[in-house]
Ligand binder design. Structure first.
Ligand SMILES: Nc1ncnc2c1ncn2[C@@H]1O[C@H](COP(=O)(O)OP(=O)(O)O)[C@@H](O)[C@H]1O
Ligand SMILES: [Mg+2]
Length: 280
């Protein structure tokens, strides 16, 4: 489904973000990427949808060779590859439903999403997506009024609304308290299994990677230094990935809450034109 063949990423400043990465991920797999900060986890994930252009080797998603220079091909690729971020990337001032409809813009003609016009089918899909993450009752709330866990569910619903084959998640639960982190990851896991979606998730905490992933890929300095089934990712193996002993913080989800004030209401360019779906 996703194949990295000798993939390199050299950033414009000359820094090597990925170094000869060879990875093959099958359809429907749930893969956790682990590694210390700066290991190249985000670079690897972003290369898949062309957010970071790879500079050597071949990267294939489904039948498509990722071509970071070909804008229309990238758009088609991204319509099948959803992405979830640590900070949710919801638009706080608009409704949950409209945040989810933004996901439809990946599969809707540009002119329609530009004027904020979505059809009945789009809304149907958006509601189904909200149902899958269990927050359909929040459809008409402002996104900024929701808790952190609910906000990440909005982000998952937005990605589901584009009917993705692949979900990329970059530290999706790092801003959530431990019980919420588990619930959200559990939802993601259940949904990807139900729908047969291929999932690559960067994770900070080993307990989460071990509990939710089929397979773990360990990275260090832009290289893949471990790749195997979750059962094989023992403490010794991970210590080798990290090149140091494990700490309690490596293993268990940290306990800190997120403040809604910290969340950037990152606008999604051009898509959110008005608020067509106010509560009647
Ligand atoms: N745009 C960039 N330009 C130069 N170096 C970058 C850029 N983005 C990331 N890096 C570097 O690439 C390395 C890997 O980064 P990243 O993939 O974000 O690591 P991780 O997600 O594992 O923390 C880091 O050393 C980082 O500083
Ligand atoms: Mg990162």
């Amino acid at each position: 489904m996703i194949t990295f063949e000798n993939v390199d990423v050299i950033y414009p400043n000359g820094f090597k973000g990925l170094d000869d990465v060879n990875v093959e991920i099958a359809r429907g797999e749930f893969v956790a990427i682990i590694g210390l900060s700066g290991a190249g986890k985000s670079t690897l994930i972003r290369a898949v949808n062309g957010l970071v252009p790879y500079t050597g080797g071949t990267l294939t998603v489904g039948e498509t060779v990722v071509d970071p220079k070909n804008k229309s091909k990238l758009r088609r690729l991204r319509s099948k590859v959803g992405m979830i971020f640590q900070q949710f990337n919801n638009v706080g001032r608009i409704s949950v439903l409209n945040n989810v409809l933004i996901g439809r813009s990946a599969v809707t003609p540009t002119w329609r999403s530009l004027i904020g016009w979505y059809g009945a089918e789009d809304k149907e899909v958006a509601f189904q997506s909200l149902e899958r993450v269990g927050i359909v009752d929040k459809a008409y709330n402002r996104a900024s009024a929701l808790s952190g866990g609910q906000q990440q569910r909005v982000a998952i619903a937005r990605v589901l609304a584009q009917d993705p084959e692949v979900i990329l998640a970059d530290e999706p639960v790092a801003s959530l308290d431990p019980p919420t982190a588990r619930k959200v990851l559990g939802d993601l896991r259940r949904i990807q299994q139900d729908l047969g979606i291929t999932c690559i998730v960067n994770m900070h905490h080993l307990d989460l990677a071990r509990d939710y992933a089929d397979r773990i890929i360990g990275m260090r300095a832009g290289r893949v230094v471990f790749d195997g089934p979750t059962e094989e990712a023992t403490d010794t193996v991970i210590e080798d990935v990290y090149q140091r002993s494990l700490t309690a913080e490596d293993i268990a989800t940290a306990d800190f809450p997120v403040s809604l004030e910290d969340l950037p209401a990152e606008a999604v360019a051009g898509v959110v034109a008005g608020e067509p779906d106010r509560k009647p």
